[in-house]
Design a protein around this ligand. Structure first.
Ligand code: FAD
Length: 450
């Protein structure tokens, strides 16, 4: 029979690593971390592309410069991570139509204001619907129709909801965002955290408590303990398990629970939307797009919403790299994941030729991350419906016996962000330590009765 550890942590993303660190540093040293992939980091992931290190997952430290300090910003400072300030506010003045003309700034500003007003109106209507206050007459929000309206609607809803409603990240930590542009990668932060409590040697984690390539497929749980079974047929036993897999994985059937999760739990898990967010990287022989401080972001207005809309010039973060990034979301992400990269390259080049003319050079390389089809992710991040009750997050987070839940999707305030994952890991481990303390108390009480 395998040796039994105190806690098994499933997943070595930022929440799992943060959770493990808290446990070990507070005295629970016999933890086991089971990670399905061959690396730590999860949705924080770098890859070499066009001679620089690009971030396929999280790219920004969002929420900087406010009254409270963002803990991820602090970690970055401790590690001397190289970051660049991102200013999106000019994107709306760099909107191209299909003939390559930039919309005059007055028109762009007007459309933007109209879209913000309409989004606020829509939110109010939904809130009113929620309390079922049918006595109020509601103004119908206008629906975006023209390419510029569609483009702005896409930017607003898929990127900049902060313009419409207060978002805790920006309220608490500040409104600035910094792009991580460091050759060591965003995941260097995770490595630095791991270094504090796992055995490392020459930049590698060599601690047997971290087990890579271990795909958890079943969690058996009873009143007295948990047994975790991996795809390669290994069995791990523990007193508790912390499950840090994404909301998309929880919605899939990758992990079987025995006995099954109660109905209220699986219903809550189903209620959370999964956002798919895809950054497509394109490498060029030289730069043909305008660049400079107010040109980092530009927008393509097409009659199809979200069709290669949002572009970023990576040259400001990596001078001389000649890399552009175009971001797709949800339906467009899934569509592109299902086709060949050559097909995607052709589409992207068509869009760029609309904007910059027929004579621009072809990209020499393309990188298309596939977060939706990755069975260890099933999406990019959680996206709770704006008008949703807090009960859903609480239910998703609530422990089931000896199974504790963590991850960005369990953070009511900061879900969807790196700092949400980080803080949730700390939070879950503290809750578990409290439970362990209570269990010990119960045991010693029953023993003293004997
Ligand atoms: P994860 O990082 O997903 O960790 C869970 C781990 O569990 C993974 O390593 C996974 O491999 C593992 N796992 C899954 N199934 C199993 C199994 N069955 N057995 C064992 N292990 C398993 N946030 C920001 O703050 N700023 C950004 O700019 C930003 N941009 C993003 C862009 C993209 C494209 C994506 C995908 C995410 C972005 N995010 C951003 C969100 C941020 O990356 C996440 O919120 C955060 O990294 C989640 O951490 P986590 O620990 O909760 O989950």
């Amino acid at each position: 029979s395998p040796s039994r550890s105190s806690v098994i942590i499933v997943g070595a993303g930022i929440s799992g690593i943060a959770a493990a660190k808290v446990l070990v540093q507070l005295g629970i040293e016999d933890v086991v971390i089971l990670e399905a992939s061959d690396r730590i980091g999860g949705r924080i992931r770098k890859e070499n592309f066009g001679s620089v290190s690009v971030e396929l997952g999280a790219g920004w430290i969002a929420g900087v410069g406010g009254k409270e300090s963002n803990p991820v910003w602090e970690l970055a400072a401790q590690s001397n991570l190289r970051t660049c300030f991102s200013d999106y506010s000019n994107a709306r003045y760099n909107i191209y139509d299909r003939s390559g003309k930039i919309f005059p700034s007055g028109i762009a500003a007007d459309s933007y204001k109209k879209a913000v007003d309409s989004a606020i109106q829509k939110l109010k209507n939904e809130e009113a619907n929620c309390v079922d206050d049918s006595s109020k007459t509601m103004d119908p929000p206008s629906t975006p129709k023209t390419p510029i309206e569609l483009a702005i609607d896409f930017i607003l809803h898929d990127f900049e909801m902060a313009e419409v409603e207060p978002i805790s990240t920006y309220v608490d930590f500040g409104e600035r965002e910094f792009l991580v542009a460091d050759e060591r990668g965003y995941d260097y932060l995770l490595y630095k955290m791991a270094e504090d409590f796992l055995f490392t040697y020459e930049g590698r984690i060599l601690d047997s408590r971290l087990k890579l390539n271990k795909v958890v497929r079943e969690i058996q749980h009873t009143r007295s303990g948990v047994a975790v079974i991996t795809e390669d047929g290994c069995l791990y036993e523990a007193n508790y398990v912390i499950l840090s897999v994404s909301i998309g994985v929880l919605q899939s059937d990758l992990i079987a629970f025995n006995p099954p999760l109660p109905r209220w739990k699986s219903e809550a898990i189903e209620k959370c939307d999964v956002m798919v967010y895809t950054k497509i990287f394109l490498k060029f022989p030289h730069k043909f797009w305008p660049s400079g401080p107010e040109k980092e972001f530009f927008i393509y207005a097409h009659e199809r919403r979200g069709y290669y809309t949002f572009w970023q010039d990576m040259d400001s973060a990596y001078p001389g790299s000649n890399i552009l990034v175009v971001t797709l979301t949800n339906g467009e992400s899934k569509r592109v994941e299902a086709q060949s990269d050559e097909e995607t390259l052709k589409e992207a080049m068509g869009v760029l030729r609309d904007m910059f003319g027929p004579n621009i050079p072809d990209a020499t390389d393309i990188l298309v991350p596939r977060w939706w089809n990755n069975r260890f992710q099933r999406g990019s991040y959680s996206n709770y419906p704006i008008v949703s009750n807090v009960q859903v997050v609480d239910d998703i987070k609530a422990p089931i016996g000896r199974i504790f839940f963590t991850g960005e999707h369990t953070s009511a305030k900061f879900n969807g962000y790196v700092h949400g994952g980080y803080l949730s890991g700390i939070d879950t481990s503290k809750a578990l330590l409290e439970e362990m303390r209570k269990e010990k108390e119960r045991k010693s009480e029953s023993q003293s009765l004997l």
